[in-house]
Design a protein around this ligand. Structure first.
Ligand SMILES: NC(=O)c1ccc[n+]([C@@H]2O[C@H](COP(=O)([O-])OP(=O)(O)OC[C@H]3O[C@@H](n4cnc5c(N)ncnc54)[C@H](OP(=O)(O)O)[C@@H]3O)[C@@H](O)[C@H]2O)c1
Length: 245
């Protein structure tokens, strides 16, 4: 997809990968970016972007009325980037695992599903629409220290695969993004090599531009993907060895 002149919606746009995506989309010459944040404070922050192509939007992907309102307001969207997500950074046996797992499923999986369902008719009417769902490379193999998060992202990966087939006849492309660790609020305090949000945003838009269906936007995700292609059981074992004490 040539992004020049397009209208794009980004969820979770108030910082992290979402904020970097908004900046990178403006640099690519899009006509408009609906930059969505879930709180009043987030939307206020977005309205000070200084570029009149940015249209701040209040959107909580877990609220049906909020999602329906966004689809009603953004009828000119060509591309929807479902980037909003949470990671409670816990294994399946952690004290709050049930509650965390439900929250992660609610936001990462059901929120993304709700957005795709609400925007499919909008994108179909544009005839060249696309959906980008930000998954994670640990949606392809479980990292037990983030066990419940990985399960929610595995659900997102399955959603991407199913939607790709289901929406193709309506002219909508579905693209999956599988980052490794990125230096954002989500990974604050975790000591490991991380890509920058700007690097990841640039790689996502480059992949969208080339028509890629699978985007591994950073060196770590490319490395893990390569290992998964060769020996998925070995990656599972290696990741399993990183169980929290
Ligand atoms: N950072 C990483 O290492 C990494 C790696 C792989 C994949 N990812 C994925 O990349 C995406 C962006 O994450 P990030 O690293 O940029 O993290 P981040 O800085 O924490 O950003 C997450 C965004 O999601 C928003 N959000 C959370 N719940 C929401 C809801 N119910 N409705 C709407 N928006 C909601 C947050 O809003 P608030 O500011 O209001 O909380 C925030 O804007 C996520 O899907 C994440 O799973 C991240």
């Amino acid at each position: 997809m040539d992004l020049k002149g397009k209208t794009v919606l980004v969820t979770g746009a108030n910082g992290g990968i979402g904020g970097a995506l908004v900046k990178a989309l403006l640099d690519k010459g899009v006509a408009k970016v609906y930059a969505a944040g879930r709180s009043t404070a987030a939307v206020a922050e977005l309205s000070h972007s200084g570029d009149d192509r940015v249209v701040p939007l209040r959107l909580d992907v877990t609220h049906a009325a909020s999602v329906a309102g966004a689809a009603e307001q953004c009828r000119d969207a060509d591309l929807v980037i479902n980037n909003a997500g949470v990671n409670r950074c816990m294994g399946f046996m952690g004290p709050a695992a049930m509650e965390n797992a439900r929250q992660e499923m609610e936001i990462n999986y059901f929120g993304t599903l709700a957005m795709c369902r609400a925007f499919a008719p909008v994108l179909a009417s544009r005839r060249s629409g696309a959906i980008v769902n930000v998954c994670s490379v640990i949606g392809l193999v479980n990292l037990p220290i983030n066990g419940t998060y990985c399960a929610s992202k595995a659900a997102v990966h399955s959603l991407i695969q199913g939607l790709r087939a289901e929406l193709a006849p309506r002219g909508i492309r579905v693209i999956g993004v599988y980052p490794g660790p990125v230096d954002t609020k989500m990974t604050a305090g975790q000591q490991m090599p991380k890509a920058t949000p700007d690097q990841v945003a640039a790689a996502i838009l480059a992949g969208v531009g080339k028509g890629d269906e699978y985007i591994f936007p950073d060196p770590m995700s490319q490395h893990v993907h390569g290992m998964l292609e060769k020996d998925p059981r070995q990656v599972e074992k290696d990741f399993g060895a990183m169980v929290a004490e």
